[in-house]
Design a protein around this ligand. Sequence first.
Ligand code: R5P
Length: 296
Amino acid sequence: MKVVAGPSSQELAHRVAEQLGINLVESSWKHFPDGEFYFRFHEDIAGEELIIVQSLYPPQNEHIFELLTIVHTAKDLEASKIIVFAPYLAYSRQDERYLPGEAITSKLLAEILCKIGIDAIYTVDIHNFKVLEYYTVPAYNLIASPLIARYFVESKRLTKPFLLAPDDEEAAIKRVEEASKALGGVPYDALEKRRDRYTGRIETKEKGLNVEGMDVVIIDDIISTGGTAANAARISKKMGARKIYVGVTHALLRGEALKMMEEAGVDEVASTDSVPAVTTKISVAPLLREALIRKI
Ligand code: R5P
């Protein structure tokens, strides 16, 4: 088994190879002046099991095409097994037709990947579990929230941590539940959030939180504009939280996201290497290792 480092996840691929104690495949890639993508394997991969590491963060469409190119080439050159590790699985927020006539882009991506020959896919903190059902090959979601919560509790030596999900969707609650369990029963709660499907505006309902004098760690899968985390931070502050931290798996950090969270009272943001960012402090590579070990 060998690791292929996709253009979007070069460092992560090295960490995955290191964690698994296996080598990277020798390959090279470039973009032509007009933007078209070129990829080449520099060794014979026939009969080889490959883990292709390519996170699909923005520019999503470019990263998706790079992944399709690598998978297609690997299949064509007769790799015996193709496992994709895409910690950020683009388009997972469009998991169904919310408004009449909408495209279900997560389904489109799943259908293409399966069609061109992947054997399995691993992702991290997928926005909606339903997307996994669109894959006709094994599709696994790994949960990073225990690693994220542990990062804050250990590095800040938190004695009174409180985990908070900024919305009450099934996946968000599961993330704080798992983190709480991993840390031996840290208290947690979830807020209720609604997003206007036409304007994108979000509203978070205020509710009583038992966080007086506690250090709140807001755990989310994605930070895009920062609005969701900022709302959760403001509510936590109002309820008497001491410090407020934001731990996120996929830090997309669009526009003024960091400033918005800081102004809402957030003391530190930490994210994983699913998306390389200024906030990256935690690696998702050990999650893949554990998942693969469990399968052996
Ligand atoms: C949505 O439900 C997700 O879990 C995140 O909370 C959301 O994508 C974050 O987006 P933003 O940072 O723009 O509020």
